[in-house]
Each structure stands twice: as C-alpha cells, then as structure tokens.
Design a protein around this ligand. Sequence first.
Ligand SMILES: O=C(O)CCC(=O)C(=O)O
Length: 498
Amino acid sequence: MKRRLTLEILTNDDQLHSVREYAEIVGKELPHEEGALWLDLFRRSIVITDPKQILISIRYAQRYVWERLHEGIWHQVLPHWRYAYHCTNIISAAAIFCSCQDALKKSRQALFEIDLALIMSGPFEQFNVDSIVSELVKDIQIRQQQSILPSIHKKHEKHEKHEKYEQRPTKRQRTTKNENDDCTMPSQFSTLPALKIELDRGDLAVSNVKRLNRPSMSVFKRQVFDTRCPHIIEDVVNHWPAYKRWNIDYLLKVAGPRTVPVEIGRNYMSKEWTQQLMTFDAFVNTYVRCGSSSSSSSSSSSNNNNNNNNNNNTTTTTTSSSNANSASNTSQQIAYLAQHELFDQITELSRDIVEPDYCIFTNNDSASKMSTTIQDDAQLLPNVQRNSWFGPRSTVSPLHYDKYHNLFCQIFGSKTILLIHPKYSPSLYPNDGVQCNTSQVDLQCEGWVERWPNIKNIPCKIVTVRSGEMLYIPPKWWHFCVAEETSFSVSYWWSAVA
Ligand SMILES: O=C(O)CCC(=O)C(=O)O
C-alpha cells in the first residue's frame, strides 16, 4: 500500500522512517559502489536536524543521482535510480519548505522538486504525495492572489467610473465556455496566424476518413481494429467530464503552478527546437495566450495579467526562472506541451478523462481475451500510455509514425491530421537512425513536392478532428498533425506492433 506523505516529513518520525526504510531498499538494488555512495549521501542528509543544512547536504545526493539518470539511453536506466531520485526530491522538497523564509517562494520551489521527480521518473509507486501537492498548489494560488489584489484595488479606485462599461466585454471574453457551449477558445487565445498547410490536394490522392457513431465493442474490433483503418469515432469523448469542464481557466486553476516540460520551436525536427521546464501558467500566459504580445492592442488587459504572472514565475525555480524570462522575449515562438504524461503527474486532471474500452483489444487473440473472467482480464489488460498534447494554434507534429494503436481524443480545439498507410514508407524519405519513424518531408516547406518527388500522388487521408471526437490511428500509419486553434488532445497508445 502507498504511504501517504505530508510536508512534515522531517519532523514526523514515522514518515521520515518510511522514506529512509525505502531508500535503504533502493540503495541495495543499485550497482554496489554507486548505490552505497548514494545511500551514504542520503543517510548523511537525514540525520541532520537543521533543514537548511539538510538542504545543502541532500543536494549532493540529488546531483549524484541526477548524473546517473542522464547516463546512456533513458529507457535503459535502472528504475531504482528513479526511485532514488524520488527519495532525494521528497527530502529536498520538505527541507526547502521548512527552511525558506519567503512563503511563496518556498511553496513554489518545494512543488518544483516534486514535479521534477514526477517528470523524470513517473508516478511515485511507494508514496502518495497528493496531499503535499494540493497543499502547495493551494498555498501558491492564495499567495499569488494576495499579491495581485492590492494592485487591482488601486486600479479600481482610479477607474471607478469606467469600470461598469469596461467590465462587461472583458468578462464575456474571459468566460471561455459554460457546460453547454462548444469548446472553441475565444479569439484572444489564438491570434497567431494559422499555419496554412499548403497541401495541394492535386499532389496527393486524398480520401476521407470513415466515421462511426459510438460503435459497439464488436463493431470496433471488426471494422476498425482488425482492419487497421483510420476512423473517426463520434459520441464518446463528448461524454467525458474533461469535454464539459476544461478550458484555459480551469486548467490554470488545477495546474497553474505545476512545472511541465515544454517544446519550443516550429516542430521537433527543426534546428532551433529545444525543450524547457516552466510552470504551466508561464506556458499558458507566454505561449498559449499568444495574442498578448505588445502588437495586439485588443488583448492588452490579458497582457497585463500575463506579465504579472510571468514575473511571479521567474522566482519559482532555478530552471523555470530563466525560461520564463527568455520566453517572454520570444512570445511569438511556437511552444507545445507535447507527448507529456501529464495525467501521471497531475492526478486531478486524470479524473476528467476516461480510458476508452476499445483499448482492451490487443494484437493477438483479442476475442478470447474479451471473454475471460474478470480476474483474468485484470492480468490481460494492455498497458496503456496516456499522452497529452496542449498548445496554441499552429503547433505541428511532423510526418511520423508510432508503433502503437492510438486513440487520439480531441478535448477542445481541433486538429487537421494527414494519414498515410505504412506500405508507402519507402516513398516518404524516412530519416536514418533513431529518427527513422520521422519523415524528412517537411510539409510546411514551400515546394515540398519538388523537393521530395516520390511523395507525389501517394494515397492519403486528411481529416479535421473536432472537439469531442476521437480518431483511431493504426500502428505504423504515418501522421502529420497541425492545430487549427488552441487545442488539447489526449492520445491513448497501447499494444505495440513489432
Ligand atoms: O497531436 C499531435 O501533435 C501529435 C499526436 C501524435 O502524434 C500521436 O498521438 O501519436
């Protein structure tokens, strides 16, 4: 059973003991000398009583394990190094919380330590940190509110006469949707020019994607899964709480102070592409509400808010501070929270999405698996990976394939997706080496047909996946995706093919 932790770990013998006990187990599973060294650094930190000293000491253990995590290929890193990282970050979060004088800063930095562990290593298997996270998030948001309020009061006093008139349109604009609206974001969130994919349909043999309305399990299996043919599935995602509930304000409320990995650049194949850690609200205010750049007069009020938030975020963490600064210089750049396992990091959001039943089918002998007992089913359940894709209009995932079955679910906004059957791979100029699942063909590049002529006349499908819809992308099908507007998609990947 998971052990529930609170921020009082350092002063609560029981909690400290359980973290230490677990660290001892982890240390013994690590390669002999390296494990012993880490364990020694870890043990030395927790026998100290002064949190400031603990913080100094635990940094050595943390740095040591961080280096181990960055040696070699990520998937080959021994999982126990990740658990070791969890243990060190739990202690450093608690030490920061107990030692830092600045109330807002300490909550932000402690949360950053926990988020970094979640991002680097996945969910905490051993410890439940939900109450730590929610306590910190709540604290940050209350303190942020308090620091913004005095300036708002001042403004109100000054402009009292105009307020009645100004408030209405502003409010209407900021009310992104109610439960009955469709999920289109207000224009202030999508002022970057839409990327025109100049797909000259004459150069490709385009056909449509078939549609099915909430197919039964057997219809899905027969017509979709077994045929490995892309389909739009209607009337499933629009029943999710996320479809009804999610908008920018809701996401900020739940995830605002959390640290997330953001991709910056035109797409992951472009030269200038990088990844940065920043808080979710810095990402939204700098890149998603991108209409807030100085060139846009209509969004000047949101710009003011954004600047406030960004300034706050610059003090959040060592990593995100410089990022938020550099981000504000580059607010016209495209940034994308892409392929991130956000739902393992932010459990509150995961309650709003529903794993589709269709993910039960696996490549071999699916039918018999469906008719086994409940107990057997539990063992046979395929491992499903949930990725989130959140960003402004014009984010692009270049032409690539994945080896998984994919149910791609659009929560808000819409995406246009081009799909090509795996049998045309030789004509798609795949890259060499580790990027071999990505094509060299840059569909955003002018004159792409002349540059990569083998692609001419290849049969493909083009579909716009709208909010509340789901697209089945079969394994190894090439796909290129572009967001038509501010967009949140969730993809479920399961049952890889060889
Ligand atoms: O939405 C995107 O940008 C890419 C989605 C994707 O490639 C996937 O779900 O496999």
